[in-house]
Design a protein around this ligand. Structure first.
Ligand SMILES: O=C(O)C1=C[C@@H](OP(=O)(O)O)[C@@H](O)[C@H](O)C1
Ligand SMILES: C=C(OP(=O)(O)O)C(=O)O
Length: 428
């Protein structure tokens, strides 16, 4: 249990946000199945990405990791070895689902397991299309939950209409498609983050994008490359919101990823009236990034739903906090995907923010937040429930409470942002 800083008078300073989690996972995965060496700079050494490294080492890939510098000795599309040990994905849904896509095309057997949160997360959304392609996958509840066992091999291409806008589903199918003879296509209801598509191209491969439909024609051989991972906008989001709601604040976040499939949080902050500036935008062709400055702002409520949801899905916990400090009622809808994240993030956000005095209610596919309301709790014990994003959101919420707040399971933040508390305290 950790005592959180409360009644913070100001947050001032500059933060170099750690590398993007989604891009770090993909850099290791594509590096492993490419031919030749891949170097990764500003890799995120968070627990989730370390799980990805661990799984590929178990399949014979030499990976050197020193903090945020990583070198992957690629084995080629057919070069992974049958693991002698269980592949453990820890807390990482991205590792589990993208890895399944790669394993589907590998002619060997493997077992995949994760922590107790992973055991509750639906894997059928990827095992179903991968089985349609010809992979043999079984597991708890007919392969819908871990532990899973998979024997991959020769695959057939499919045209898949995904029922959910999920980059993990899309990416699993595209990665399987790289090893498949013919054209594999995925259509999603709304566009999800496109890091896999961009990175396949960076490794010399081809991907076709037509609106909400993405295709790869295989088999494709990728070539190792050098990658710089921009800062994670999902990590920056905690400080973007902190800067807007804590009095007398001005925070600059350096080198933050600005891929348009991820910048929903910036759109929402701007619509709410936050004082935010973006400068020094670079690298527009691959993964754009730039510096963002935010100042304490007067905010008004907004409605959030539809195609915006996948562009800010992981930021909804911190957006809920933001909305408690906006004039009016904020409605978040079309976000039932939140129920199958590390926790049910509709319930955990609502229950934990209520402990601090927020006026917030759960709906079937989102939440309704009534602002502007001071978080008036005098003494509260809040809980991350082992969910990194809930833990970080609560630490920022504590900054604007006047009482005493303790956080249970603060260590969860290390999943995506090991230096989070150091960065927060450096601004005080
Ligand atoms: O592909 C990715 O890297 C991710 C996709 C999203 O999940 P879904 O694909 O389940 O929406 C997101 O919530 C997760 O944090 C990372
Ligand atoms: C949902 C998340 O990650 P994953 O699905 O990889 O566990 C997240 O980081 O918020």
């Amino acid at each position: 249990m950790q005592k959180l800083r409360t009644n913070v008078s100001s947050l001032q300073g500059t933060i170099d946000v750690p590398g993007d989690k989604s891009i770090s996972h993909r850099a290791v995965m594509l590096g492993a199945i490419a031919n030749g060496t891949t170097t990764i700079a500003n890799f995120l050494p968070g627990e989730d990405c370390l799980s990805t490294i661990d799984c590929f080492r178990k399949m014979g890939v030499a990976i050197e990791q020193n903090g945020s510098d990583v070198v992957v000795e690629g084995k080629g599309l057919k070069g992974l070895k049958e693991p002698t040990d269980i592949l453990h994905v820890g807390n990482s849904g991205t590792t589990a689902r993208l890895l399944l896509g790669i394993l589907a095309g590998c002619p060997f057997h493997s077992c995949l397991i994760g922590d107790e949160s992973i055991a509750k997360r639906p894997m059928g959304r990827v095992t179903k299309p991968l089985k349609m392609m010809g992979a043999h996958i079984d597991g708890r509840e007919h392969g819908n939950y871990t532990p899973l066992s998979i024997r991959g091999g020769e695959l057939q291409p499919i045209h898949y209409e995904s029922p959910v806008a999920s980059a993990q589903v899309k990416s699993a199918i595209l990665l399987a498609g790289l090893a498949t003879d013919g054209t594999t296509t995925v259509t999603e209801p709304h566009r999800s983050r496109d890091h896999t598509e961009r990175m396949i191209r960076l490794f010399g491969g081809n991907v076709t994008v037509d609106g909400r439909t993405v295709s790869v024609t295989g088999p494709q051989q990728l070539t190792g490359t050098n990658i710089y991972v921009p800062g994670d906008i999902s990590s920056a989001a905690f400080f973007l919101v902190a800067g807007a709601i804590v009095p007398n604040s001005e925070i600059t976040l350096k080198n933050v990823g600005l891929n348009p499939t991820r910048t929903g949080i910036i759109d929402v902050l701007q619509q709410m009236g936050a004082e935010i500036t973006i400068e020094n935008v670079r690298n527009e062709q691959t993964e754009p990034f730039g510096d963002i400055t935010v100042r304490t702002s007067n905010l008004t409520a907004v409605e959030i739903g539809g195609a915006l949801i996948p562009r800010l899905i992981d930021e909804i916990p911190i957006i809920a906090l933001l909305a408690t400090q906006a004039e009016g009622t904020t409605v978040i809808k079309d976000a039932s995907e939140l129920k199958v994240k590390e926790t049910n993030r509709i319930d955990t956000v609502v229950n934990e923010l209520r402990k601090l005095g927020a006026n917030i209610e759960a709906t079937s596919d989102g939440m309704i937040i009534h602002g502007k309301a001071a978080l008036t709790a005098k003494e509260a014990v809040v809980d991350s429930h082992g969910d990194h994003r809930i833990g970080m959101m609560l630490a920022i919420a504590a900054c604007i409470t006047q009482g005493t707040v303790h956080l249970q399971r603060p260590e969860a933040v290390a999943v995506s942002y090991p230096s989070f508390f150091d960065h927060l305290h450096s601004l005080m």
